[in-house]
Write a protein that binds this ligand. Structure first.
Ligand code: G4P
Length: 535
């Protein structure tokens, strides 16, 4: 390890924003970029979203696929830190992709619409963060509207997320009488003034939470806030950084993203509180981020803008060492070496950053299928990072080609789409019809469309009788040979409802979830998994 590497790692912050659609993720993203100086004019991120708005229209999504490559990772410099912000696809049918993006971040910023509280999409994403103990910062947005009482919101978040909420700021009033926030740690009030054009450092600050001028100016709203703060101080524990890093406590901030209010505190909190990249678990050993040798893991694959060329961009999170342009990397799974001439890096203020990357940074590697989801790249060491989740699909369709001469193209197309994570493809052990598994209905439509336009295959997507999938493994406790034997016995005995997935993992397919219990009783040594981690 070198001092330079250690310093570069210390300066990195990599996070994602999680929220329910319309809570203000796009607005906040844009304001974070604005406040860090990464963009000069508000509007650029929003423009992108505007065209993405028609989420029910999958043609739009198709069109957007290319565009979103460039903006799915945003890098900004703030204070002495390099901050990587990873976009999470908003539409819930793409949530699987989102889950995988969350494996590449060190912290999450949860944006909650103060009127709506904790919404379903937030809850699901939070579960993933919780499972990984990802530290979470909370931003309560839209305080300029008539919203829920802050105490009620705090209570709801604690209850829903099973996490202790520690307010860093507290709102004075809301909606028309939103006066600003009391900063509990700096002992001051930042006064709200509406407007989209304000920049950092132009807020009016009144020193002293007990300053009589505040009561005079904000009257009832201030009195109420002061009373609530007293309650909160009695009930809520002190902020404990270790508890935050362990995902047990979340610092909470109030603001209004559209009015640029509360945005800078969030940026500061990311720098001050969110962790720098830490060690990562591989099957073989734990890897430190400041080790000299480069390594990284592919967490997302996206088809490129030009479907005719079928090139794809693999998004790789650097886990250790330093990436330099032109370096040779080994794909551990296949043993192939890769020396990409072009590596896509992302929106950044500083050009020189584009040529190198450190732990926590994301690089995009164009390739024609050499890279798959979950792949580990190293300078030569045989390492395989763990933890990239695949979820058991909840929807199934069978797929056939209209023109039997195109069967080969169908298989090729589906293999590629499967590797990209766009859909899960299962090959039943009996019969020749391929099965598609998805988490959201929209995935089937996108796949049919892409098969036709990128692979020239008109596919018939038809109902399938399965509704449940479980990956199966075996634990006899008597060693690998016994495990294998028992697993084979299970597979042979259930071949009419067994399939292999993209990486040949055996999968049990069922019509009803209820069947699972009886099967488990008959096969006590077989384990059924709703989640597979790439390994
Ligand atoms: P999303 O990415 O989470 O889906 O949300 P987005 O930022 O697009 O925000 C959703 C809507 O909420 C937008 O309004 C946006 O302007 C508004 N919004 C965001 N932050 C605030 C806030 O602090 N206060 C208020 N009052 N509204 C906020 P829209 O009508 O859908 O779009 P637009 O007409 O403003 O472009």
């Amino acid at each position: 390890m070198s001092a330079e590497l250690a310093e570069q790692v210390r300066r990195r912050r990599t996070f994602a924003i999680i929220s329910h659609p319309d809570a203000g993720k796009t607005t906040l993203t844009e304001k974070l970029l604005l406040f860090s100086g990464a963009i000069q004019i508000a509007g650029s991120v929003k423009a992108r979203k505007a065209s993405r708005h028609a989420t029910s229209d999958w043609m739009e999504i198709e069109k957007q696929r290319g565009i979103s490559v460039a903006s799915s990772v945003m890098q900004m410099e703030y204070r002495d830190c390099t901050i990587n912000l990873l976009d999470t696809p908003g539409h819930q049918d793409f949530s699987e992709d989102t889950y995988r993006v969350l494996t590449a971040v060190d912290a999450a910023l949860m944006v909650i619409d103060a009127a709506n509280g904790v919404e379903p999409q937030t809850r699901r994403l939070l579960q993933v963060c919780r499972a990984r103990n990802t530290p979470i910062l909370t931003f309560i947005n839209k305080m300029d509207r008539e919203v829920q009482e802050p105490l009620a919101l705090m209570d709801e978040i604690e209850r829903e997320l099973g996490m202790t909420v520690v307010p860093f700021t507290w709102p004075v009033g809301m909606g028309k009488v939103f006066g600003g926030v009391l900063d509990l740690r700096k002992d001051q009030m930042r006064v709200f003034s509406p407007g989209e054009d304000r920049v950092a450092g132009t807020e009016e600050i009144v020193q002293g939470l007990g300053n009589p001028a505040l009561a005079e100016r904000f009257g009832m709203a201030y009195e109420q806030a002061a009373g609530e703060i007293e309650l909160v101080r009695e009930a809520a524990p002190e902020f404990d950084h270790a508890e935050f890093l362990a995902g047990h406590q979340t610092p909470m901030f109030f603001g209004s993203a559209v009015n640029n209010f509360g945005v800078q505190e969030v940026l500061d909190a990311l720098v001050d509180l969110a962790p720098a990249p830490g060690p990562r678990a591989a099957l073989q050993r734990t890897v430190e981020p400041d080790e000299t040798k480069f390594s990284g893991v592919v967490f997302k694959i996206q088809a490129n803008m030009d479907p005719a060329h079928r090139d794809r961009i693999a998004f790789l999170r650097v886990a250790s060492g330093k990436f330099s342009r032109g370096m040779t990397m080994k794909v551990v799974r296949s043993g192939k070496t890769l020396r990409p001439n072009t590596v896509v890096t992302f929106m950044s203020q500083k050009r020189e950053l584009l040529d190198e990357a450190y732990a926590g940074d994301i690089i995009g590697i164009p390739n024609h299928g050499v890279l798959q989801l979950g792949d580990t790249l190293t300078e030569g060491e045989a390492l395989q990072y763990t933890g990239l989740p695949f979820f058991a699909p909840e929807l199934f369709r069978s797929v056939e080609v209209a023109d039997p001469l195109k069967t080969k193209q169908l298989r090729a197309g589906l293999t590629q789409l499967g590797e990209e994570g766009a859909i899960q493809v299962f090959r039943p052990m009996m019969g020749s019809v391929l099965l598609l598994g998805a988490v959201g209905q929209l995935q089937f439509e996108v796949v049919a469309h892409r098969l036709e336009h990128e692979y020239g295959v008109k596919a018939r997507i038809m109902p399938a009788r399965f509704n449940v999938a479980r990956w199966v493994t075996c634990e006899t406790g008597e060693g690998a040979a016994a495990d294998e034997k028992e697993l084979k016995r299970f597979i042979d005995g259930n071949s009419h409802r067994m399939a292999l997935d993209a990486v040949d993992a055996p999968t049990l397919l069922l019509e009803y979830a209820g069947e699972l219990r009886a099967i488990q009783e008959n096969w006590p040594k077989i384990k059924f998994h709703a989640l597979r981690e790439h390994a």
